[in-house]
Design a protein around this ligand. Structure first.
Ligand code: SF4
Length: 236
């Protein structure tokens, strides 16, 4: 599979470079809609060598770097984390963005201490509907209230347009995300190799009803999973 691993997100309220690194398998690994984990590996030297090549492309001219892997930042090999650190120092990056599953919420400060830089942590909530998130999507994210999420994560991802979701659920998700978080990434679900299927009618409704989100200062919308410029077209 041909995977693009470096891109620049310039048409965003928060311009930044983005790298998709290789990492160990997602520790949670049970989300029913996810087959990103096909990019995971156990070959540490191969991962570090791939990641070194990707990180060499970072210039720092946007002063912000988002690092994603098919999992959480805690699954990136230690030598690659060190390479990220050297890269941000060399390029004078001032703001990092990392992703982490809810189960890592108590460890986020480890990364802040290691990098010595402001880090915005992003977590994939997908939906605030507890039943759909945990029973259907198997997200493994149980929280007391929204304030508990906000305590750890300034930024959330929502997944929109899967069979079983409703217009009410989506409207509620968007409202909660915008009212409570600094940044929101909205992904329209694209069919992949899992049993979760896209609801194209719901997505068409969303694009029309929420067209205004494309201009919202907090929001990045990905109509395709490669819209940030990294990744590969999904094989369903
Ligand atoms: S936590 Fe992320 S990478 Fe892991 S299974 Fe869920 S969606 Fe996939």
């Amino acid at each position: 599979m041909n995977i693009t691993r470096y891109a620049r997100i310039e048409n965003s309220p928060r311009p930044r470079e983005i790298v998709l690194l290789k990492a160990f398998p997602c520790q949670w690994g049970r989300c029913s809609f996810c087959d990103y984990i096909h990019d995971n590996s156990a070959d540490e030297s191969e991962m570090n060598s791939t990641n070194a090549g990707v990180l060499r492309q970072v210039t720092g001219d946007l002063k912000a770097l988002q690092v994603i892997n098919s999992g959480s930042c805690f699954e990136i090999p230690a030598a690659s984390l060190q390479l990220i650190k050297e890269t941000v120092q060399r390029c004078q990056v001032q703001q990092l963005y990392f992703e982490a599953h809810w189960s890592y919420r108590h460890r986020l400060d480890e990364m802040r201490r290691f990098f010595g830089l402001p880090i915005i942590f992003i977590t994939g909530v997908e939906t605030f509907d507890d039943h759909f998130r945990n029973q259907v999507l198997k997200k493994g994210m149980i929280y007391r209230d929204i304030a508990e999420i906000r305590q750890y994560f300034a930024s959330v991802c929502l997944m929109i347009g899967m069979q079983g979701q409703t217009r009410e659920m989506i409207s509620n998700d968007v409202k909660i995300a915008i009212e409570n978080f600094d940044y929101v990434t909205i992904n329209l679900f694209v069919d992949n190799s899992t049993g979760i299927k896209a609801d194209l009618e719901l997505q068409a409704w969303f694009k029309c009803e929420f067209a205004w989100l494309q201009q919202h200062e907090k929001v990045d919308i990905l109509f395709e999973n490669t819209d940030f410029g990294v990744g590969a077209a999904i094989q369903s």
